[in-house]
Design a binder for this molecule. Structure first.
Ligand code: UT7
Length: 346
């Protein structure tokens, strides 16, 4: 039995904010040169005021359904028929439509007509998609009756960005990516193995302070009548996260390769969480992996947190840069602090 990704989709807001636009419009003391040289980011896409997390997620899933039907990846003929075959929806996000509940995945479930699907959100920040894929593999694996699931990463980070903090606001963008996962009869190990073959999921909660939205939770709730002087925005110690991230990426790649008994040369492409190109390059140098083995689209989208890996997967699948049988590695890190990776035979 294998857990295979059989279709992908993405949704990215049309509004594109370049580094120059950002410096001008938001009155931030920064420059295209600084942002590019420190992060590899050239632009980010920003949702309009009426767009929430579920809107981007629904669009990504609709695009996925169209592609799945077009390519013959599924037997169903219409998106409505396909939606009814989904058994589970897992949505990873840090920017839910509503604080606390309902889960955004339930809103998506209703809007796409996945009437037979259970739905839940997970919070693992930028590692959300990596955690989500492994979680769903477990859910499909232990139940005889569940066959198909959607794993979605969707973010409207522009809503929790402090646009006055030049060290963090340059980093983030909005977007969503989705994959349709199916339990198939293919082998998951040995000759001809397919699908998700292993994952590493890890956390270091001692670093929670380094990347946090401080307001709004039960630690620091809204109190009637107060003037909110610290809004619910991302508060980040960039350097601490940077050092953690380089080690997390390095360790995850090494451990995935070692645990699987393969060489890094066997891996066709590594899809890192798109947080900062310098983090990826530094990790690559440490282990001696050529830059071209990493797929980077951070120049266009910046850091879309849980959406960054599924957006990249959809781009690669759409433009034929990954083919059946390719060995793909994902690797990521984020608030929590969390980190991990997946090894997938496409
Ligand atoms: O998904 C996880 C999310 N978070 C991350 O991945 C963040 C990881 N960290 C980073 O990517 C980097 O630490 C940053 C990009 C956030 C910052 O880069 P850095 O090379 O670590 O810069 P720095 O914080 O050491 O700051 C260097 C200088 C400072 O000026 P002084 O004190 O040397 O005069 C900053 O004030 O750069 C200044 N600076 C900027 N200058 C122009 C910080 N942000 C900016 C900016 N434009 N946007």
């Amino acid at each position: 039995m294998a857990i295979e990704i059989i279709a992908t989709g993405r949704a990215v807001p049309l509004r594109r904010l370049t580094n120059d636009d950002l410096a001008k419009q938001k009155q931030i003391d920064t420059s295209d040169e600084w942002i590019r040289s420190h992060t590899g980011i050239g632009a980010r896409h920003i949702a309009d005021d009426s767009t929430a997390c579920s809107d981007l997620a629904v669009e990504a899933v609709k695009n996925l359904f169209s592609r799945a039907i077009e390519t013959g990846a599924v037997g169903e003929k219409t998106p409505e028929e396909l939606a009814r075959t989904v058994d589970f929806i897992l949505l990873a996000t840090s920017t839910q439509d509503y604080y606390s509940h309902p889960s955004t995945s339930c809103i998506v479930q209703d809007r796409i007509g996945a009437v037979n699907a259970a739905a839940m959100d997970i919070t693992a920040a930028c590692s959300g998609f990596i955690y989500g894929l492994e979680t769903v593999a477990g859910l499909l694996g232990i139940s005889g009756k569940r066959k198909r699931a959607l794993v979605i990463g969707s973010e409207v980070l522009s809503r929790i960005t402090d646009w006055n903090d030049r060290a963090s606001c340059i980093l983030f963008g909005d977007g969503a990516g989705a994959v349709l996962v199916e339990k198939t009869a293919a082998p998951s190990e040995g000759e001809g193995r397919r699908g998700l073959v292993r994952s590493i999921l890890a956390a270091d909660g001692s670093g929670a302070e380094h990347l946090m939205v401080r307001r709004g939770g039960s630690r620091n709730p809204y109190r009637a009548g107060e003037v909110v002087d610290i809004p619910p925005h991302v508060d980040m110690d960039g350097q601490a996260v940077y050092y953690f991230a380089v080690k997390a990426v390095t360790d995850t790649i090494k451990n995935l390769v070692q645990e699987d008994g393969i060489s890094i040369d066997d891996v066709d492409i590594i899809i890192p969480h798109q947080a900062n190109a310098r983090i990826v390059n530094a990790a690559g140098k440490r282990i001696g992996i050529p830059e071209k083995k990493f797929y980077l689209n951070i120049d266009e989208y910046a850091n879309t947190s849980s959406a960054s890996i599924p957006i990249a997967l959809d781009e690669l699948a759409g433009n034929g840069k990954i083919a059946r049988g390719n060995l793909i590695m994902t690797v990521g890190f984020g608030a929590g602090l969390t980190y991990g990776g997946n090894l997938i035979v496409w």
